[in-house]
Design a protein around this ligand. Structure first.
Ligand code: 3HC
Length: 282
């Protein structure tokens, strides 16, 4: 199976990166948002990211223009009818995702694969909203998608071998490394990342060190590109809280219990970079 036309549902932070990665790989991309305002915001994300790629010398201007030209923008799910693969990158809300997958199942051609970029929800449950659970799979990308070289492929209980074989091709198409995980909360990366991020907040709550020193300690002591509190701001505190709550809900393991400070910051609208303030001010 080849992925000539790829649909992306939701072009926020992750979806716009996914659209960019496929367009840069030469695929036709259909990018959908729920209204014109969000579509314009998504277009602006894409334009900024392409411009950054050009500035950093990662791709020539002509290639960026051609890739952007391969993306068509829509508010209609019906425009996914001819897609070979549709990747959902909507809000992390199971009811919303199930409604979307039920609609996509009706709209998309029978052989199309349906994927979710969910970071914490069950692929098996999302697939249960369709008549094609064998052709539903998790494709978990990392932020910023055009730069991060990994995709986690998540196999739901009913995902078929044929579907897994088909998505294996994405490694070469997108020039990314693939890792395979079962449909376990947090898959591989968030299973290990969430307790680490939450421990950093607990260290701050307990007065172990300043936020700057916690971040510098990890950045320089472990050679990480970002310290944990900077990374929390980068991913979005609301997203991290959502992931933690979903994982705690399934495991009932204290390592995934959100620290009180995180919940209070989200309640106060301190969401990190996206809101202009989190642990740091932007
Ligand atoms: N297109 C192509 N390449 C680009 C680009 C673009 N739009 N923007 C940047 N790049 C390239 C740069 O040229 C550079 O490449 P080089 O090292 O070969 O020169 C590289 O990407 C790094 O970019 P920058 O120089 O702009 O920036 P930094 O060096 O400050 O790195 C960062 C930025 C990549 C975000 C780095 O800080 C990082 O890796 N941070 C950690 C990110 C992370 O952990 N992400 C995962 C979050 S968890 C997640 O997403 C899962 C979810 O479920 C929670």
């Amino acid at each position: 199976m080849t992925f000539q036309t790829v649909g992306v549902v939701g072009i926020g932070q992750m979806g716009s990166g996914i659209a960019e990665a496929f367009a840069r790989a030469g695929c036709q991309v259909v990018a959908r948002e729920i209204n014109d305002d969000l579509l314009e915001r998504g277009k602006a994300y894409l334009q900024r990211s392409f411009a950054r790629g050009v500035e950093r010398g990662k791709l020539p201007q002509a290639e960026a223009d051609a890739a952007l030209g391969r993306i068509s923008f829509t508010t209609q799910l019906t425009d996914f009818a001819h897609c070979d693969l549709v990747i959902e990158a909507a809000t992390e809300n199971m009811a919303l995702k199930k409604t979307l997958f039920t609609e996509l199942d009706v709209i998309c051609k029978p052989e199309a694969l349906l994927a979710s970029n969910t970071s914490s929800l069950s692929i098996t449950e999302i697939a249960s909203a369709t008549q094609r659970p064998d052709r539903v799979v998790g494709l978990h990308f990392f932020n910023p998608v055009p730069v991060m070289p990994l995709i986690e492929i998540v196999r739901g209980l009913l995902t078929s071998d044929e579907t897994l074989d088909a998505v294996r091709a994405l490694g070469q198409v997108l020039n990314k490394q693939l890792v395979f995980a079962k449909d376990n909360p947090g898959f591989i990366v968030n299973l290990l990342l969430v307790p680490y991020l939450f421990d950093a907040i607990r260290a701050l709550e307990n007065g172990v060190a300043t936020k700057e020193d916690i971040d510098t300690g990890i950045k320089l002591g472990l050679n990480h590109p970002m310290g944990p509190l900077t990374l929390l701001d980068f991913v979005g505190l609301d997203t991290c809280l959502f992931i933690g709550d979903a994982m705690y809900g399934e495991f009932k393991d204290a390592r995934y219990a959100a620290p009180p400070l995180l919940r209070r910051m989200v309640t106060a609208g301190l969401l990190g970079r996206k809101s202009g303030r989190g642990f740091y001010t932007y």
